[in-house]
Design a protein around this ligand. Structure first.
Ligand code: NCD
Ligand code: ZN
Length: 338
């Protein structure tokens, strides 16, 4: 097979920033995806109805004629009450909870994710049927952070059985058991957590462009995640966690966490699924699972990839240099011009 067409691809975890960076990166998503769930960790974060509206407008103004639905989110605050949540319910897909300090621009997040601090807001969200998206890591030792967060996921899943909870960018094989145990737990997985390990990041010369939160883990973790996704697990959606930072902020003595992958994720996914002879399971991962879990009807779009070598550019961007995942590498599949 030399061509593959994907129907209505969705990226359910996407950072596109704002201002100049937004204008540099948004087209790589808006041209090839039908929609994306836009993360709210801008500076300052998205926390009001006005923020949602103006951010959405900025995105729509930047995507020219592309048919692309920016599904909006809002940055969790324990001060959100039922009345406020009701007022934004139709403008957002999720409320995104960041434990304070665990990742880029999360300083205003939740200090301790316990029922005293977040219980009232989560109960209101459950009643209003607004899903909760979580960056599930503690401030503990770097390779243990996701595993250490599992009891919190479990507590929330048990306490709020009707609340849909999305465990974002899962990276650790120990998370899988919990995903299977609670019907209200779902997950996103990135391309990089399916493709690389900490040996790629740290095993030779340090690769700052492979540094992200949660940190990429062992081959066993990667293979366990691959197993789920390649076999079409219905509770898992694709979320790139494409998170652009300027080249100089990544190549720094204080390097930022985040991998910019938006321009190459579709090519990379087709390559991975083909290598394992599981191309038939790419379509649900890239679209149907998210449509069912989030109950959304994104605009229809067909994207064709062709078997033609694609050399990933070493940088993207006109005014800001941004280094992508797989920079300089050759992939077997290219996007057909649209
Ligand atoms: C993301 C970013 O840069 O906004 N960084 C990352 O390493 N993934 C935030 C996030 O999703 O953790
Ligand atoms: Zn993210």
């Amino acid at each position: 097979m030399d061509r593959i067409t994907l129907n209505t691809p969705l990226d359910m975890h996407l950072h596109i920033r704002d201002g100049e960076m937004l204008r540099e990166v948004v087209r790589y998503s808006s041209r090839y995806f039908s929609g994306g769930l836009i993360m709210p960790n801008t500076i300052p974060p998205i926390t009001t109805k006005e923020d949602i509206f103006s951010y959405r407008k900025e995105i729509l103004n930047s995507i020219e004629n592309d048919i692309f639905e920016p599904y909006m989110s809002i940055f969790f605050k324990s001060s959100y009450d039922s009345q406020f949540l009701k007022s934004v319910r139709d403008d957002i897909l999720v409320v995104k909870l960041y434990p304070s300090g665990v990742t880029t621009n999360s300083d205003g997040g939740v200090v301790s994710v316990d029922l005293d601090e977040v219980g009232d807001t989560l109960s209101a969200m459950e009643q209003l049927d607004i899903p909760l998206s979580i960056h599930g890591e503690t401030n503990g030792s770097v390779f243990e952070r996701e595993a250490e967060f599992l009891p919190t996921y479990e507590l929330l899943a048990k306490t709020f059985p009707k609340l849909r909870i999305i465990m974002e960018h899962i990276s650790d094989r120990r998370t899988i058991e919990l995903l299977e145990k609670y019907s209200n737990l779902f997950a996103t997985i990135t391309l990089h957590h399916l493709a690389i390990t900490f040996d790629d990041l740290l095993g030779g010369a340090l690769q700052p462009h492979l540094f992200c939160k949660p940190i990429v883990k062992s081959g066993k973790d990667r293979d366990a995640l691959r197993d789920l996704v390649l076999n079409g697990h219905p509770k898992i959606m694709f979320g790139s966690d494409s998170a652009p930072h300027p080249k100089e902020k990544k190549e720094s003595s204080n390097g930022s966490a985040g991998i910019f992958s938006a321009p190459i994720v579709l090519q990379g996914l087709v390559e991975l699924f083909e290598k394992h002879d599981k191309l038939e399971n790419l379509q649900p991962f890239i679209s149907e699972n998210a449509r069912k879990i989030y109950r959304i009807s994104p605009p229809q779009k067909s994207i064709t990839l062709v078997r033609k070598e694609f050399q990933v550019p070493t940088t993207y961007g006109e005014k800001i240099e941004i280094v992508p995942l797989f920079a300089g590498k050759k992939l077997n599949w290219s996007l057909e011009d649209v």
